[in-house]
Design a protein around this ligand. Structure first.
Ligand SMILES: C[S@@+](CC[C@H](N)C(=O)[O-])C[C@H]1O[C@@H](n2cnc3c(N)ncnc32)[C@H](O)[C@@H]1O
Length: 259
């Protein structure tokens, strides 16, 4: 099994990251000007983007060369660039899970960048497991939430992106109905990113009991507030009934490790 290696760290090295994209900003021009000033006031190792501004951080994602390549070569829009830290959390979780029994699953694939970044980090076309991706693809069932390109022919476009990745099984349809077209017996890694509570709870109902002990569940929207807060509300209840507590991340994600 291919596992990427980390290079020895240089103690003096500090890496900064800055992306212009964050969400929920009323005056982007003013915000950008203020953040340019703020960056000058903080210790090195800052990260700006995806609604985060941190400093004096290692920014490990950019020091892991194998990950940096996987992330950079798969960027297809501004969001893919901005969510660097989220992607690295996925990739590190996947690194641990690829060594467990069970397949990889993503609920909410969109154009496939999440899946492809993880696979390219962990062996590319040699990735050692089936990777199941569920999405409606050609439309977005969440009202007002369609992403660029979602329309007729989009499913085929995403399939083309994975033409050399024989492990990828893209299943088109509404969750949970599309699970009747196939779900893995055992799951090592489960990424749920549907932007709606009903779909995510349905995914958990059908898939969580199949996650192996030590397997990781990443909820992309869990710690986002505003329109996403309802997801946390129902997911907290669902997990509490099973004596689990989701770990909230400043990236907006939530994570848990299956017992
Ligand atoms: C934020 S995007 C996924 C992004 C992707 N995980 C990534 O990392 O690049 C959310 C996707 O969920 C899909 N979706 C939302 N609810 C769904 C449902 N009930 N069944 C199937 N797909 C759904 C949408 O069509 C959309 O493509």
């Amino acid at each position: 099994m291919f596992l990427p290696k980390l290079k020895a760290l240089q103690m003096e090295q500090t890496v900064n990251f800055s992306s212009p994209l964050s969400w929920g900003i009323s005056d982007p021009i003013k915000f950008s000007a203020l953040m340019e000033e703020a960056k000058k006031l903080v210790a090195p190792g800052y990260y700006l983007g995806d609604n985060l501004f941190t400093w004096a951080r290692n920014n490990s994602a950019l020091e892991d060369e194998a990950f940096r390549d996987a992330w950079q070569t798969n960027i297809v829009n501004d969001a893919d660039e901005a969510i660097l830290w989220r992607r690295y959390i996925l990739a590190c979780a996947a690194y641990n899970c690829v060594q467990l029994p069970g397949d990889f699953v993503e609920c909410g694939v969109y154009i496939g960048t999440g899946i492809k970044t993880v696979m390219d980090y962990l062996g590319g076309t040699g990735f050692p497991k089936p990777y199941w991706g569920y999405d409606t693809f050609d439309y977005n069932p969440v009202e007002g939430h369609a992403f660029a390109g979602q329309g007729e022919g989009f499913y085929e476009l995403v399939q083309d992106r994975f033409v050399d990745y024989k492990q990828v099984r893209l299943i088109k349809g509404l969750i949970p109905d599309c699970f009747s077209d196939g779900i893995p017996e055992q799951i090592a890694f489960l990424h749920i990113d549907l932007n709606n509570a009903d779909g995510e709870i349905a995914a958990l109902e059908h898939l969580f009991h199949r996650v192996v002990s030590g397997g990781v569940v990443v909820l992309d929207d869990y710690e986002w507030s505003g329109i996403y807060r309802h997801q946390k509300q129902v997911e907290d209840k669902w997990f509490e009934e099973r004596n689990y507590r989701v770990i909230p991340y400043p990236t907006g994600q939530g994570m848990l490790i299956k017992r």
